[in-house]
Design a binder for this molecule. Structure first.
Ligand SMILES: Cc1ncc(C[n+]2csc(CCOP(=O)(O)OP(=O)(O)O)c2C)c(N)n1
Length: 370
């Protein structure tokens, strides 16, 4: 049997090279399909990336001071984070992972509230409904299924909601990734999947993660379009994500986007990346820094001058000091028994039994420490 529609088949395939509008030296490149975003949009992206980098560095310092238990830094991935955070309207929904605090804060969550999880407090330090942001997922790829389900509900209700789900390259090997893409394509759901391919899943390189030509090529297997984009080029990400979000809102269905980027720092502070990767590899990616290339481009066009740069740096410093201040007391310590409080509306007898056992153990522990 031949393919039903060769044209459709071709339109689902990603490009052989990632979409790029501004190269690593800050030079612009024209593209037949994607236009350069407005200067205003680029300046906004630049500002958020500088603030985001400062946020990343501040959080790393907070871990060293013991005020955060753990922080998965997105240093080097700020273009993906900022483009994702800015791609959505207020009523749209973001389904992030542990590494996506910057995207979450751009969507409106106060920066300190994204850190409750990493300070060892509640799993989500914010109200998802207030900001249209699901709790940051730590199990890999589960958030993709939640995103597809949420998009399905929105579609059934006739709401114009678009859902953006984020994951890493490692998450694409999970069964949940397959199920989410499949259901999204079958039901033509308004969901965009953005894979931040940062080269490594802790110590597992992308070459051991997949034998596919690219992660974006996986889209065609489900019948949804895949696209590859330079993940350190904010301009390209803004254009590609914008097109996918518009398509989803117009009833065109889901898109899979693979952003090629790099995790400059270790997986978290608990990881030693020097044990599995070369300094030369890291250095080559530092050369492709997303912030630096946009700065060079904006300065070249005259859109950014020294005063503008000084104002943005000052804003980033201010945000970092607000964060330091907010984290002085750390996150509120949750009551371990709250674990049982939100499982079912009506707790089962088994759950009540387990809660009683924990309560007894905690009391005994307290007694032992007297
Ligand atoms: C279902 C599941 N399996 C294993 C883990 C342990 N784990 C935590 S992070 C990680 C690597 C994730 O890599 P990737 O998806 O590329 O995201 P990145 O951390 O690079 O952003 C693994 C295996 C987990 N959190 N969830």
């Amino acid at each position: 049997m031949s393919l039903a529609n060769t044209e459709t088949y071709e339109s689902l395939l990603p490009r052989s090279t990632p979409v790029q509008l501004i190269d690593q030296h800050g030079a612009a490149h024209a593209d037949d399909e994607f236009r350069m975003p407005s200067t205003e949009a680029l300046l906004e992206g630049y500002r958020h990336m500088v603030i985001g980098r400062r946020f990343n560095d501040q959080c790393t310092a907070l871990v060293r001071q013991g005020r955060l238990a753990v922080y998965p830094s997105s240093h080097g991935q700020e273009a993906c984070q900022v483009a994702a955070g800015l791609a959505l309207r207020k009523d749209d929904w973001l389904f992030p992972t542990y590494r996506d605090s910057i995207a979450v804060s751009i969507k409106g969550v106060p920066a300190r509230d994204t850190l409750t999880l990493f300070a060892g407090g509640w799993h989500s330090g914010f109200d998802p409904y207030e900001h249209g942001v699901a709790p940051q997922a730590t199990p890999l790829a589960t958030n993709l299924l939640h995103a597809a389900g949420f998009a399905h509900a929105a579609k059934l209700r006739g709401e114009p909601t678009v859902v953006l789900a984020l994951c890493g390259d490692g998450a694409t090997s999970e069964g949940d990734f397959h199920e989410a893409l499949n259901v999204a394509a079958v039901f033509q759901l308004p969901v965009v999947f953005l894979v931040q391919n940062n080269g490594w899943a802790i110590s597992v390189p992308i070459t051991r993660q997949t034998a596919a030509p690219s992660l974006a090529h996986k889209g065609i297997g489900y019948g949804l379009p895949g696209q590859r984009v330079d993940g350190n080029d904010f301009a390209a990400l803004h254009a590609v994500l914008g097109q996918a979000v518009d398509r989803a809102r117009d009833g065109g269905g889901p898109t899979l986007i693979e952003a090629h980027t790099y995790r400059i720092q270790p997986h978290t502070n608990a990881d030693d990346a020097t044990r599995y990767r070369d300094d030369a590899e890291v250095a080559a990616w530092v050369e492709r820094d997303p912030i630096e290339r946009l700065r060079v481009y904006l300065e070249g066009t005259g859109a950014l001058d020294q005063d503008g740069q000084t104002a943005i740096t000052a804003e980033a410093e201010h945000e970092a000091s607000v964060l330091r201040e907010a984290m002085t007391d750390g996150a509120p310590t949750p009551n371990p028994l709250d674990l049982f409080a939100h499982v079912y509306a009506e707790p089962t007898p088994q759950l009540l039994d387990q809660a009683r056992v924990l309560e007894r153990d905690l009391a005994r522990e307290l007694e032992d420490h007297r």
